[in-house]
Design a protein around this ligand. Structure first.
Ligand code: GLP
Length: 238
């Protein structure tokens, strides 16, 4: 695992935005996997300022809440529209986010897997990490799902997403849809970003913890091309 530590969040976001811009120049039809959460916001705004050419790129978001429409202000689709899609020239029909309002969530998951395969697989998967080790909505559990699936969210995950629902965790949907561990691990390259002291313990477990379904981020140790981009606070425990 390659680990790069930056002096602050801003430098991390700028460097990663420059890396993505360079990758897009080299590979204009890049397929990107994208996370939500507070961590990637600076990166997305940085990309919006730089304007790399996304006109031939395709993106797939990691996850979405189940039971809310794409235009619901708390949806990850709405988050992506606000922070990235409205700021770059990515064609709307190639900006994929799972549809949390699908009448048939299982079919929606299968459709998403087919769409990723039809796009040629994910070239660069960006990830954040939850403090409990979740990746996307792959929560710690006795077993992890390989493919895109329906998932029950942990109380801690609902709390950390409360800001999207007026600050009240009770308003956060109880379920989500998420890429599975195999969907993520089949990306050709993975970049995980983590910032702040609250992530130091889980970053250390990603890097050198045992590989366990109780800490999904530990599975990244099985991938041959993973880079962790951290600020000094998040790197503190590793
Ligand atoms: C959410 C998302 C994850 C994200 C995590 C961390 O639950 N489903 O994909 O990595 O939160 O969020 P943050 O960056 O706000 O710490």
């Amino acid at each position: 695992m390659k680990i790069t530590v930056f002096k602050d969040e801003r430098t991390l976001a700028r460097t990663l935005a420059a890396h993505i811009a360079a990758t897009l120049k080299e590979t204009p039809d890049l397929v990107l996997g994208l996370p939500t959460g507070r961590t990637p916001i600076r990166l997305y705004h940085e990309l919006g300022t730089r304007h790399p050419d996304f006109s031939r790129a395709t993106t797939f978001n990691l996850d979405e809440f189940l039971g809310i429409a794409p235009d619901h202000p708390g949806s990850y689709r709405a988050f992506m529209e606000t922070h990235l899609f409205s700021r770059v020239n990515l064609p709307p029909d190639r900006a994929h986010v799972l549809n949390g309002a699908s009448p048939d969530p299982e079919e929606e998951c299968a459709r998403y897997e087919r769409a990723i395969a039809d796009a040629g697989g994910i070239g660069l998967q960006m990830l954040g990490i939850g403090t409990n080790g979740h990746i996307g909505f792959n929560e710690p559990a006795r077993e992890l799902a390989a493919r895109t699936h329906r998932v029950t969210l942990k109380a801690s995950t609902r709390r950390s997403n409360a800001a999207l629902f007026g600050g009240d965790a009770r308003g956060v949907p109880k379920e989500g849809l998420s890429m599975g561990m195999a969907t993520i691990l089949q990306a050709r390259r993975i970049v995980l970003i983590a910032t702040g002291k609250s992530k130091a313990r889980c970053v250390a477990l990603v890097v050198k913890g045992p590989i366990t379904t109780r800490f999904p981020g530990s599975f990244l140790q099985l991938h041959a091309d993973v880079e962790l981009m951290l600020d000094e606070a998040a790197a503190g425990g590793s």
